[in-house]
Design a protein around this ligand. Sequence first.
Ligand SMILES: NC(=O)c1ccc[n+]([C@@H]2O[C@H](COP(=O)([O-])OP(=O)(O)OC[C@H]3O[C@@H](n4cnc5c(N)ncnc54)[C@H](OP(=O)(O)O)[C@@H]3O)[C@@H](O)[C@H]2O)c1
Length: 275
Amino acid sequence: MSAKYSIPDQPERYANAKKENNTRYLDITSVYDGSFLKDKRVAVTGANRGLGLEISKVLAEAGAKLVAIVRKSSPELDALKPEEIVSGIDVMNEECTETIKDKVKGGPVDILINNAGYFYEPEETIETINFKEQLKQIDICAVGPLRVAAAFLHADLLQKGSKIVMITSQGGSIEWRFVQNPKGHDYGHHMSKAAANMASVLLAQELKEKEIAVGILHPGFNKTEMTAKYKEIWEVEGAVDPECGAKRVLYETGKLSMETTGKFINCEDGLEIPF
Ligand SMILES: NC(=O)c1ccc[n+]([C@@H]2O[C@H](COP(=O)([O-])OP(=O)(O)OC[C@H]3O[C@@H](n4cnc5c(N)ncnc54)[C@H](OP(=O)(O)O)[C@@H]3O)[C@@H](O)[C@H]2O)c1
């Protein structure tokens, strides 16, 4: 019987994939086919850099119509010539709901990818605990995607058959803390992603009636500015270039349906992560 759940220990997961020569895990191009994205209107938050920028590049390559939702664009994003760049959207800002309603001009989207996120740089322990930063992470990573999703729903920019992708993190799995955090730490980030998972499941439940599927995705370990602090473990733990991470995310986005709505998926191997 094939496994339902992904392996919590990241080095063991990666070593196992190599041992089994798991091409789905080790080479996403062996399964990725972006043809389903052609002419689809796809909104991406945090599209200006990191994983969001790479997702945007892969979308552009696939012939999707990109709606980039950003605080501020970047030359790399401008170069993709998105259908729309909706700038000035800080997901912490209550008014972003109204701004999105006014600024998104081209009608409903097929897919909304809530990618914007934030991981406070120093490691948080009881000694270094930073409550202000904890609230900031919860605001950006958990309330932020809900603000954006609500804005799209209120403005009828998501309709029956549309999909919402919530990029959360394996860090949001409470069950996996027993393996991944033997000494605790990183309170704010992991609390924010657990809250994001909760918001996503509740949203998935509420949107069943509207037939809008909600995917909860751990994008894998990606070599971005966010994880530069873990540079020394990138190779042992199977961190990938964000282009690969982007294809992993879009592959799972393609598989998302009303049957899988509300599930928490590891984009590395396509298996579930326990909440
Ligand atoms: N990289 C990984 O290995 C990894 C693993 C698990 C989960 N994730 C998740 O994947 C997503 C992308 O991560 P990343 O590695 O690409 O991070 P990153 O390189 O730090 O990029 C973060 C993105 O989020 C945007 N953002 C941050 N705060 C914002 C705010 N208040 N309002 C609007 N946009 C905001 C940033 O825009 P600005 O340029 O304006 O700051 C940037 O576009 C995040 O949700 C992250 O938690 C990443």
